[in-house]
Ligand binder design. Structure first.
Ligand code: CUK
Ligand code: CUA
Length: 673
């Protein structure tokens, strides 16, 4: 719809609403404040907009909000959001502003619809390679998705995400939206400050969280200060191969402060990395066990300042190349080296900080102290000055601590519990306020468009409830798009129909496009799959995924034709000793072959090629009793392997309703005793 037409419709509807006057029941702002109207809808309310508005008691704001999020059938969203799935271990893809769930990407957790983790030999190998310390872990706690960037702007090619629980990183290919690699960090059990990418995606950053003995070894708690350590890891990403190269990656040994989020410098600050930390008190907990122990929540919150970690990445790379120490086979650079070679600096930051976010021009670093009502803004230029002037003291480990007053640019009082910051294209920054349940909008100084207003709070929008991250469109890049912001709220309390005591999270869409106007809450989206943390929103036109694999018999893992690709007419079953190998095709509406006779104890290698080239002509393959379940997209070849340990008759069938004769798309595996 053209903008002028849209505004025309809005104006007409608004006039109708006003004309209806006393008939209307006013219920506050666009979805905010009170619970939604409980009036049951009558299907027969008709086509008359004014009558519908009256019947539902909608306010003018409600109507405008509805128009702004509505996508007529067939129209696509201008933005796509990649949201972490939290402890679902997945990534979710959502259209903005319609907030329609477009798909789930299986990442750390098997996902049946995509046949992800149910027999595909290459996926099994991928999971195994990243199994933490030999355990068969089949879930993850995804926190921070990171889209690949070129010159600090999303390029729509790759997506990374971390697993906080097991310190793993995933590589997702945005050509087909499939997970292609999982890596386990051999130096740590858990992580948090990842994933973040450098402005040209040479490095994927994975910061640590809870300090522990390096390599997840045992050491007694009274050795905490000497033996326990924090870390940040830099994974080398090879764009050509589309893979992380563990042999070229490295970790930095850090003091046992609890490193939290990180962000990569960009433009003027390219080549530098910033991670914050809490528990620089080095509290060791013990409440409930030790008589005189202090629980973490107070022990880790005593000091007024923690340390922002400032890392000279180029020096770190150099030092890592010369470093010989390996921890569980992984390049691990000792803390003393980082001090001697001037790789690492600290800056005091108030108070138990959480988010660290770099402004679009790379010139300012914004810190939110969970227990401080301000955001603190540091100047990159001043940091460089302080380093050049050796304007520092040292921490107990000998790391230079820059003088706070020398590097601070501004502090803005926003409210209670500031966590994470995003940016738009109008000179505003946005910070989530967990305790206030609000999103604060404030102006950036420096040479941003509203610098003449100074560093100051402009307004707050209430959200429901307890916001963690916020995601603005391209709001962590060098070119924020503005327009929309999503508030990722932890609690929904009364926003949705009761579905039992485990409540969904609440994504609230906020319009931030108004020039000098207030933010407007547009839409609530319940999230019933785990607790998302971060999300990134990319312009849809930056993505260019395929719809059908490029050739029949394509292997999505190798991104080339599979050696076992099978064409129609080449289907066969071969036996070598007690190994049976099957080359099968799938097409609407049959598998070929449809009967396979084997013996109990046979080793089965089964290749299936979907020979379709029609968009959306996916076939599933379910083999009950053997825990095999595949999704074979048009053109794809998949291989499964198993031992026929059970005799009997097993009906394999297609799980995607692919044609009128889909139910006939089946066959028998006969396993003789
Ligand atoms: S974290 Cu969850 S609200 Cu993992 Cu980035 Cu802040
Ligand atoms: Cu193929 Cu149903």
């Amino acid at each position: 719809m053209k903008k002028s037409v849209l505004y025309g419709v809005i104006a007409v509807l608004a006039i109708l609403v006003v004309a209806l006057g006393a008939m209307l029941v006013s219920r506050g702002g666009g979805g905010g404040g009170e619970a939604a109207t409980p009036v049951p809808q009558e299907a027969g309310v008709g086509q008359d907009a004014a009558a519908i508005i009256a019947e539902r008691g909608l306010t003018p704001e409600n109507v405008v909000a509805a128009l702004k999020t509505f996508m007529p059938s067939g129209q696509h969203d201008p933005f796509i959001m990649f949201s972490s799935g939290g402890h679902s271990g997945q990534v979710h893809v959502i259209g903005v502003p319609s907030m329609r769930l477009l798909r789930t990407i299986g990442v750390f957790t098997p996902e049946p619809w995509q046949g992800y983790g149910y027999g595909d030999v290459e996926q099994e190998a991928m999971f195994k390679e990243a199994d933490p310390f030999g355990e068969n872990v089949r879930w993850g706690d995804t926190h921070h998705p990171a889209l690949s960037e070129t010159n600090a702007v999303y390029d729509g090619q790759w997506l990374f995400v971390n697993d906080k629980a097991q310190a793993r990183v995933a590589v997702i290919d945005l050509r087909d939206f499939e997970t292609k690699q999982l890596v386990k960090n051999p130096t740590a059990m858990n992580d948090h400050g990842g994933t973040f990418v450098t402005p040209n995606t040479e490095w994927v950053i994975e910061g640590g969280q809870y300090a522990a003995p390096p390599g997840a070894e045992y050491a007694p708690i009274d050795t905490y200060e000497e033996e326990w350590r924090g870390m940040v890891t830099f994974w080398k990403f090879d764009r050509e191969k589309g893979r992380i190269i563990p042999e070229e990656s490295f970790a930095l040994e850090l003091p046992p402060y609890w490193q939290d989020l990180c962000d990569a410098g960009k433009l003027v600050s390219e080549g530098w990395v910033f991670c914050n930390s809490f528990n620089t008190e080095m509290a060791v907990g013990g409440a409930g066990v030790e008589e005189d122990a202090v629980p973490f929540e107070s022990g880790a919150s005593q000091a007024d300042m923690d340390y922002l970690h400032v890392i000279d990445l180029n020096k770190a790379i150099q030092v890592a190349q010369e470093n010989e120490l390996r921890l569980n086979g992984f390049n691990y650079v000792p803390l003393q080296k980082l001090i001697d070679e001037r790789v690492l600096y600290f800056i005091p930051e108030p108070k138990s900080p959480h988010g660290v976010d770099i402004a679009p021009k790379g010139d300012f670093i914004v810190i939110s102290g969970k227990l401080d009502p301000h955001v603190t803004i540091y100047s990159f230029e001043k940091i460089q000055q302080a380093i050049a002037n050796e304007d520092w003291e040292v921490d107990p480990y000998g790391v230079p601590v820059l003088n706070f007053d020398s590097v601070v640019e501004a502090q803005v009082e926003l409210g209670l519990g500031p966590l994470h910051t995003q940016f738009d294209n109008q000179g505003y920054a946005y910070t989530s306020l967990f305790l206030d349940s609000a999103v604060a909008r404030w102006t950036l100084g420096g040479d941003y468009p509203r610098a003449d207003e100074g560093w100051q709070l402009v307004e707050k929008e209430s959200i429901h409830y307890n916001v963690g991250h916020i995601a603005a469109a391209e709001g962590d890049t060098a070119e924020p798009a503005g327009q929309f912001l999503v508030s990722l709220n932890k609690w929904s309390v009364d926003r949705f129909a009761n579905v039992g005591p485990l409540l969904p999270q609440n994504f609230q869409l906020i319009d931030i496009s108004g020039q000098g106007e207030s933010m407007q809450l547009l839409y609530d989206m319940p999230i019933g799959w785990g607790e998302p943390h971060y999300a990134q929103i990319i312009r849809a036109d930056r993505l260019n995924p395929i719809q059908v694999y490029p050739e029949i018999g394509w292997n999505p893992r190798t991104w080339s034709k599979d050696p076992n690709a099978t064409e129609i007419g080449q289907e066969r079953v071969e036996r070598r000793g007690n190994t049976v190998e099957i080359w099968m095709t799938a097409v609407r509406s049959h598998f070929t072959p449809e009967r396979i006779e084997i013996k109990k104890g046979d080793r089965v290698i089964w290749h299936i090629t979907n020979v379709e080239q029609a968009v959306d002509a996916t076939h599933g393959f379910a083999l009950p009793g053997y825990n095999i379940n595949l999704s074979i997209e048009p053109g794809e070849t998949v291989t499964v392997e198993f031992e026929a340990v059970k005799d009997g008759v097993f009906s394999y069938y297609c799980t995607e309703f692919c044609s009128a004769l889909h139910l006939e798309m089946t066959g028998y595996l006969l396993v003789q005793p």
